[in-house]
Design a binder for this molecule. Structure first.
Ligand SMILES: [Zn+2]
Length: 275
């Protein structure tokens, strides 16, 4: 899928056609956007200019991401949370990711934007549903006017998860089984099933809740797409960019693949200043 040299920015065709809006998802060619990384300010300035086609007019807004379901309107710097929204022009909302799903939202009627960070914990806590609820409460947004783009993230092909995650999703979503597929077979496990005996109740030997370590491959992007549909976004109003961060090391950082030292990409959305 990926050529060696990625473009500096990936964009959603759906959001790109919204007048007055700028947005983009960074790749490795824009550098490491991790908080505290050397040269971060320069990288952010450069990315802001690349995203908007202009330099010097943008102010970054971000939150201290903590895998919560907290969504803020115009948060002060270092506010703990995982979503933010604004109707102010000249502000770029920035979400940092390295496998989690970055979600950019725009109300095309009211000129309001939001950005959300959804890892598995935030997804179980329905952060993107809450973000849409907050847009409605704070700005009167009608979900039918919203457009959403889900950026590069770890996908079903690579995101093996264990019982803790599976149980959390199964308890929360009646469509949970549509979000996962069995993990690739483990030859040792196939040959020596007695070594992996668990407390599976009779009649449920294939229930993933009882298959431990790791059990299934989870589709976080699909989980968030379903949440957006559930709160009223039309079918054609959600764009899922077809990139897996773990599959394409030349293009993306990946926490799952690279470990704790993995760099971060940034997803950004902003409203242009008038004129
Ligand atoms: Zn993958």
């Amino acid at each position: 899928m990926a050529a060696t040299e990625p473009p500096p920015i990936l964009r959603s065709a759906l959001l790109a056609e919204v007048p007055g809006l700028v947005h983009g998802f960074s790749t490795r060619s824009s550098g490491d956007m991790a908080a505290g990384a050397g040269g971060q300010d320069a990288s952010l300035r450069r990315f802001a200019a690349e995203v908007s086609g202009r330099s010097g007019e943008w102010r970054w807004m971000s939150v201290r991401q903590v895998h919560s379901s907290l969504v803020w309107r115009d948060p002060a710097p270092e506010t703990a949370g995982d979503g933010m929204m604004t109707d102010a022009s000249g502000v770029l909302l920035g979400i940092r990711v390295a496998d989690c799903v970055p979600i950019l939202l725009a109300d095309v009627r009211r000129g309001v934007i939001a950005a959300v960070h959804a890892g598995w914990r935030g997804t179980v806590a329905r952060i993107v549903e809450k973000a849409v609820g907050e847009l409605r409460a704070q700005f009167g947004s009608d979900p039918a006017d919203l457009r959403a783009a889900l950026g590069p993230s770890i996908r079903r092909c690579c995101y093996q998860v264990g019982a803790e995650v599976v149980e959390a999703f199964a308890a929360q979503f009646d469509y949970a089984e549509a979000l996962w597929t069995p993990a690739p077979a483990d030859p040792v496990r196939e040959r020596y099933p007695m070594l992996f005996m668990t407390g599976a109740p009779p009649g449920h030997p294939r229930d993933p809740r009882w298959n431990y370590n790791p059990s299934v491959c989870l589709d976080l992007a699909e989980a968030n797409r379903r949440q957006l549909r559930a709160v009223g976004l039309p079918e054609g109003a959600i764009d899922v960019l077809a990139y897996c961060t773990s599959c394409s090391p030349e293009w993306f950082y990946s926490y799952r693949r690279d470990g704790a030292q993995a760099g971060r990409m940034i997803a950004a959305i902003g409203l242009r200043l008038p004129g």
